[in-house]
Design a protein around this ligand. Structure first.
Ligand code: UD2
Ligand code: MN
Length: 277
């Protein structure tokens, strides 16, 4: 089964996953023999916890890797406030304490550091594949095995049809995230990435080192860790790319190529929720 109306393969041979390009039943049989556990990390720091976490987790129970063993890793500054949900058999939730930061940009970027530390120790012992997601979104459709690969990234719903020279890569030569003319492949959205644990460990560690290098230079990348992720995946080609079905903004007018939405953006309330910048 294939699609003629969208790009389904990158120039370096990695699949781009759209509805109609995979068969869930065949995947179920393929992975059925393996002893698979999948991790899902999410950060809910400060006011993001009350606003978004419950809906994210509740809808993940309905749509994320249903029927498989899943461990949610919730990183938060207030573990006691994490909602207690009834989870399906084989699924569990762990909380990890992290410190709130003064600037929202630092919360966003520090995720790379906290992830690389956590992956090093517990997470890599417990799961084979891990997805790392923003919390300000929720599931509305199946997000399953078709998303698994050694390294996975996501096309940004706003920019997937844009000419590469116009996408918002970091253009400051002093930033480690800098991409010059002709560089970069697609514009990836940092709200969802994943893969095999050691690969994700490498990605988060590299991105955090790049953040630190920028701090020493006194600069900040245009879209914080997302800029660094775009640079990383330009240098280390992803093994699989998820179409914008996997993180769609329903505020965008209907598009013929988006046949299903699986994960969608929640309402943003930057002024109410974010720390002063
Ligand atoms: C469309 C858009 O504007 N995208 C950018 C914006 O994404 P977003 O606007 O989606 O960023 P965001 O506010 O969702 O922050 C990223 C994530 O960090 C966590 N979080 C953040 C702040 C906070 O107080 N508490 C907390 O828990 C939470 O998991 C959240 O989902 O900003 C990011 C900041 O790096 C990236 O640059 C994105 O490209
Ligand atoms: Mn977000």
């Amino acid at each position: 089964r294939s699609r003629q109306d969208v790009l389904t393969c990158t120039p370096w041979g990695s699949p781009i996953v759209w509805e109609g390009t995979f068969d869930p039943e065949i995947l179920r049989q393929e992975y059925g023999r393996r002893n698979l556990t999948i991790g899902l990390t999410v950060f809910a720091v400060g006011r993001y916890l009350e606003k978004y976490l419950e809906q994210f987790l509740e809808t993940a129970e309905e749509h994320f890797m249903v029927g498989w063993r899943v461990i949610y890793y919730v990183f938060t500054d207030r573990p006691g406030a994490v909602p207690r949900l009834g989870l399906a058999p084989g699924r569990q939730l762990q909380t990890r304490m992290v410190e709130n930061q003064k600037r929202w940009q630092d919360i966003s970027m520090m995720r790379m550091h906290w992830l690389s530390q956590a992956l090093d120790t517990a997470i890599c012992r417990e799961v084979q594949y891990v997805f790392c997601m923003d919390v300000d979104q929720f599931f509305v459709g199946a997000f399953g095995l078709e998303a698994l690969a050694e390294s996975v990234t996501l096309l940004h719903s706003y920019f997937y049809r844009w000419t590469r020279s116009y996408v918002p890569y970091d253009r400051n030569p002093r930033s480690a995230a800098f991409l010059g003319p002709g560089e970069g492949d697609f514009y990836y959205h940092a709200a969802v990435f994943g893969g095999l644990c050691p690969r994700v460990k490498n990605l988060t560690e590299s991105c955090f080192q790049a953040v630190l290098q920028d701090k020493r230079q006194g600069v900040e990348a245009r879209w914080q860790e997302e800029s660094h992720l775009n640079k990383y995946f330009w240098q280390h080609k992803p093994a699989k790319i998820l179409s914008p079905e996997y993180c769609w903004d329903q505020a965008i007018r209907r598009r013929g190529d988006i046949r299903v939405a699986r994960l969608v953006w929640a309402e943003k309330q930057y002024r109410r929720l974010r720390q002063a910048a």
